[in-house]
Design a protein around this ligand. Structure first.
Ligand code: ADP
Length: 323
């Protein structure tokens, strides 16, 4: 990776950035996994990295963490290059370990003490970290007796025990049930409240919408958009849906209402898609009444599917044209 001169570098990067990525590219064989990505993660921000499988999220995160070398472009973490391995940055960064890296025969407390010792962290931090992730009552349980959710908490504790300012979490709620996910959300919100910066990959769009200050969406190695979830939903023009009980109005008539963009039948309802909810509601009221009509506002998931679906189509078209 080229290292820009200090003057050039500081001019291009905001001072408040915890992580600053500039024009980073990485190929495996002839295939670009990350293709010219630039982004800034602000200090104290909960930053989500979203995208379909194979989009390049892990590769990009590993480059940010200093675990992988970019082919070109540059990365700064708190103003310093993470590659080649930068030992000055290690105490400031926490990387969620995969559960395969656990010392499974140890108890929870022994495991975290071992991790703390590896990082040179104080053993007093162990109790506080276990409390912070909700494992305070599990000190003496063997790691291989923990539930999936408790293991995820221990993975997060292992990334936290040395008190890093910046934490990378890769799908920490994968394989958790709904209750386990919600519990973990509280832990993650707590980390943000402590002022830590979090870089977060997830496949759960509801989670990204609930937790992240901003999200970046990667498709086929390219950064498509970086924005606040609510702003993205508002500006990207995803449609709202009106659910009208079947039999109230026929499909053809519904499709002709001003502002209706699409009509489909789903689960006992006629679903009208629109970007002009008020106009359609008024027109519907006049012809069929509004009893039992439900409105569904767009979510981050709608916008995400819209963006990734469309980009995937474009990528396929480009490949076909090149073939
Ligand atoms: P994501 O995390 O979004 O699923 P990845 O960064 O894992 O994406 O992968 C991006 C692309 O790079 C994929 O096409 C994947 O197959 C490829 N890839 C990832 N790691 C390697 C590797 N070590 N060797 C070769 N190809 C890889």
């Amino acid at each position: 990776m080229s290292s820009p001169s200090p003057t050039e570098d500081s001019a291009a990067r905001p001072a408040q950035a915890a992580v600053s990525v500039r024009d980073v590219t990485k190929s495996y064989g002839g295939r670009k996994a990350v293709d010219g990505v630039s982004l800034d993660v602000r200090r104290g921000e909960f930053f989500g990295l979203l995208g379909p499988n194979g989009a390049g999220k892990s590769t990009l995160v590993e480059i940010m963490e200093g675990l992988r070398k970019a082919d070109s472009g540059s990365v700064a973490v708190f103003g310093e290059a993470p590659w080649p391995r930068n030992t000055a940055l290690l105490p400031r960064m926490g990387v969620q370990t995969q559960s395969s890296a656990f010392f499974v025969r140890q108890t929870v407390h022994e495991h975290l003490r071992t991790v703390a010792a590896l990082f040179g962290a104080e053993s007093a931090a162990v109790d506080a970290t276990l409390d912070a992730v909700g494992l305070g009552g599990r000190h003496d349980v063997r790691v291989d007796d923990l539930s999936g959710g408790q293991r995820q908490r221990l993975a997060i504790a292992s990334a936290l025990v040395h008190g890093p300012e910046l934490i990378f979490l890769d799908e920490p709620t994968a394989a958790l049930d709904t209750e386990g996910r919600r519990d973990l959300w509280e832990v993650l919100r707590g980390l943000k409240e402590q002022g830590r910066t979090i870089v977060y990959t997830t496949h759960h769009l509801d989670e990204a919408e609930a937790l992240c200050d901003r999200v970046a969406i990667l498709v086929a190695g390219r950064l498509v958009v970086t924005d606040e979830p609510q702003h993205l939903i508002g500006t990207f023009g995803a449609t709202s849906r009106l659910l009208v009980p079947l039999g109230r109005i026929d499909e053809e008539r519904a499709a002709a209402l001003p502002g209706v963009e699409a009509v489909s039948v789903r689960g006992g309802h006629l679903v009208l898609e629109t970007r002009a909810t008020g106009r359609v509601l008024a027109a519907l009221d006049a012809v069929a009444g509004l009893d039992g009509v439900q409105t569904r506002t767009p979510s981050l998931e709608d916008v995400y599917l819209d963006i990734t679906g469309r980009r995937a189509d474009t990528a396929e078209e480009n490949q076909e044209q090149q073939a």
